[in-house]
Design a protein around this ligand. Structure first.
Ligand SMILES: CC(C)(COP(=O)(O)OP(=O)(O)OC[C@H]1O[C@@H](n2cnc3c(N)ncnc32)[C@H](O)[C@@H]1OP(=O)(O)O)[C@@H](O)C(=O)NCCC(=O)NCCS
Length: 194
């Protein structure tokens, strides 16, 4: 049946866009993932806080390389956008990750996810990087709404959402099954008109 509404974002738009590097202030840079980041990803997943809020673990550099290959493939397919957050001074030291996923080009919506390594925490880097990616996705691709979800028990992540301007919309009760059991989930979002 024909749709009454045209797509918010024309099909193929993300896949047709080159993967940009985006500065985050003067100290950090969001850049495409490289296979050579695998050892640093493996190290990041040794951090208990990162592991606590993810349902997969990495056991080897080879597994981390497979993740990176999958993140790169999502950009090529136009189904996801994954950036490594690195030290701007050397372009290599891994500080974190920001990703856009769950693209819905018809409605113009996506979701954002992130982590930072322990040494990079506590200086507002993640909210700044989330703000940069959100603004870029709205300006370059025309996304209208970016959602952000975190377990209600993850207070640091809630602060990231608040500082990046993602308004709280509600609680999805028992929505996530993590390694330590079920969690209620806070839904936040930013829309282009905010
Ligand atoms: C949540 C996370 C991304 C925050 O990144 P960040 O770059 O430290 O962000 P901020 O500097 O803005 O700090 C956010 C909050 O983290 C907490 N925090 C501050 N310093 C911290 C530190 N050294 N170590 C851990 N948490 C810290 C504070 O609650 C802070 O809020 P505040 O600004 O009101 O004090 C990071 O702690 C992380 O990767 N955690 C593990 C993975 C995770 O939770 N990912 C999100 C899943 S939804």
């Amino acid at each position: 049946m024909p749709s009454l509404v045209g797509p918010s974002i024309p099909a193929g738009t993300p896949a047709a866009t080159g993967h940009p590097a985006l500065p985050v202030g003067e100290e950090a840079l969001l850049r495409p993932w490289l296979r050579t980041d695998a050892a640093a990803v493996l190290e990041a997943f040794r951090d208990p806080a990162i592991q606590r809020w993810h349902v997969r673990r990495a056991d080897s550099v080879a597994e981390a390389e497979e993740w990176i290959a999958a993140w790169q493939a999502e950009w090529t397919a136009g189904t996801g956008a994954h950036w490594a957050l690195v030290d701007a001074a050397d372009g290599g030291t891994l500080l974190g990750r920001v990703a856009l996923k769950a693209f819905d080009l018809q409605d113009g919506t996506a979701e954002i996810a992130y982590w930072t390594v322990p040494l990079a925490r506590g200086r507002g880097l993640c909210p700044s990087a989330v703000t940069v990616v959100t603004q870029w996705a709205m300006d370059a691709w025309g996304f209208h709404r970016i959602a952000l979800e975190h377990a209600t028990a993850n207070h640091a992540s809630c602060r990231v959402a608040e500082k990046a301007g993602f308004a709280v919309e509600g609680v999805r009760r028992s929505a996530w099954l993590q390694a330590d059991g079920r969690h209620d989930v806070h839904l936040h979002a930013r829309v282009r008109t905010d």
